[in-house]
Design a protein around this ligand. Structure first.
Ligand SMILES: [Mn+2]
Length: 430
């Protein structure tokens, strides 16, 4: 019996208030889609099957390098974090797994597994951390980790990643995500080639320890914390890494890790074409790695990314099974509400992309009809798919309106009385 943090009665009462309107809206949208030969239930079933992992670090309030303003009832440790993650999944039915971060979430693996099982949650990709120093570690990562000039520091960073794999094995995880803060702050500070050679050698050692049924995801980021150069700065370098390491190595695309205006959907298409798209860290951004809620600033771009994913799904692109994860920092909202909303936005983009008339699009592309080609995408994007998203939640035991239901449940006030506020603390942006 799964432990439920929100009472089933609250969900039922809240759904009851909205059931008639939902049924009417779903029927109306179903009629409209049927006129175009689309069966709404087929779309709803696919949406209901679409899952995205939540990051354990996302349920704590984030911050910037200037300050962090803690919220009420913040999780004190990984077990509280898992409780909060289970609330998101209970209401959305879209987030059955949690991505852990070591050492922030370090705890006895058996206890973690038991807690996950009790809450009905699984464990997604493990995330290592060699971008900050853990208390008591022998060698500092101030000047890098896997690419550090000192062999002992590199060995320590490799060892940490091997430990993450071991913990992940005990939890049923099947992937390791490596993002490093290595780079340089000044021209001339680091030798680009030697630094990248050291990185590749370190990563090869980690790759060797990877279980056969695991995947290794490397994440590129153009800048920050190193401001002049980063070792894995873009998808080109990321592709070189995945290609050099072998078939279990894939590129992870974090939407916020690119320069503004970068055509990310095209990067996604290239990585799919060459069988190296590992998955995503979903978030949104305006200027840099803002880690804003998915779809909050550029929902059309999120749709265009999903347009590529649905296209690949339809034509059974080789090696295509991307991992979907959220990576966000919630600075001014209740993190649970932001993650609920983001999971919905990600599913929304997926549902809209499923509505693209692909045979029409093929014809317009092949006849150089630019206007109708782009209009075909817009037509799908303009469809209000909210009744489909709500129906997918309702049919799987979730909430028609998950944020309203969460607020009605009083969960935040309840945990606030049990969890004292933590001053400072780490927000965590990776
Ligand atoms: Mn990320």
């Amino acid at each position: 019996m799964t432990e439920q943090k929100i009472s089933g009665d609250v969900i039922a009462q809240e759904n009851e208030k909205r059931a008639a309107a939902q049924a009417a809206d779903y029927a109306a949208l179903g009629d409209r889609l049927a006129r175009n030969g689309v069966d709404i239930d087929t779309i709803t079933t696919k949406v209901a099957e679409f899952a995205v992992a939540v990051p354990s670090w996302g349920v704590g309030t984030g911050g910037t390098r200037f300050a962090r303003f803690p919220g009420a009832g913040e999780p004190r440790h990984i077990f509280d974090k898992l409780d909060d993650c289970s609330v998101i999944h209970q209401l959305t039915r879209a987030t059955p797994t949690v991505s852990l971060h070591i050492p922030w979430d370090k705890a006895d693996a058996k206890e973690l597994k038991a807690k996950g099982d009790a809450l009905g949650l699984g464990f997604d990709a493990m995330n290592s951390n060699t971008f900050s120093d853990a208390p008591g570690q022998a060698h500092s990562y101030k000047f890098g980790s896997l690419s550090h000039v000192d062999a002992a520091t590199r060995a320590q960073a490799v060892e940490h990643n091997l430990e993450c794999i071991e913990i992940g094995r005990a939890l049923g995880s099947k992937a390791l995500t490596v993002w490093i803060g290595d780079g340089s702050n000044f021209p001339g500070q680091s030798h680009f080639t030697r630094q990248f050679e050291r990185y590749l050698a370190s990563l090869a050692e980690i790759y060797k320890a990877l279980p056969d049924d695991w995947r290794l995801f490397t994440e590129h980021k153009m800048y920050e914390p190193a401001f002049y150069s980063t070792v894995v700065q873009d998808w080109g370098t990321n592709y070189l890494i995945a290609n050099t390491l072998g078939e279990k190595a894939y590129c992870l695309v974090d939407l916020g890790h690119h320069a503004p205006n970068t055509n990310i959907e095209m990067i996604v298409a290239r990585l799919i074409q060459f069988g190296k798209l590992g998955g995503f860290h979903f978030n949104d951004s305006k200027y840099g790695d803002d880690d804003l809620d998915a779809g909050s600033v550029e929902p059309y771009r999120l749709f265009l990314v999903f347009n590529e994913l649905v296209d690949a799904e339809r034509r059974n692109a080789g090696g295509f099974h991307p991992a979907h994860m959220i990576d966000q920092s919630h600075n001014v909202t209740d993190p649970i509400e932001s993650l609920i909303s983001s999971a919905n936005e990600i599913r929304r983009a997926y549902a809209q992309a499923l509505l693209v008339d692909r045979s029409a699009l093929d014809l317009y592309q092949d006849s150089n009809d630019a206007l109708m080609a782009t209009e075909t995408l817009k037509r799908a994007y303009r469809t209000d798919v909210e009744p489909i998203l709500a129906e997918a939640r309702l049919r799987t035991g979730g909430a028609i309106d998950p944020v309203a239901t969460y607020r009605a449940s009083g969960y935040r006030a309840r945990v606030a009385s049990e969890r004292p506020a933590i001053a400072g603390g780490s927000g965590g942006i990776v």
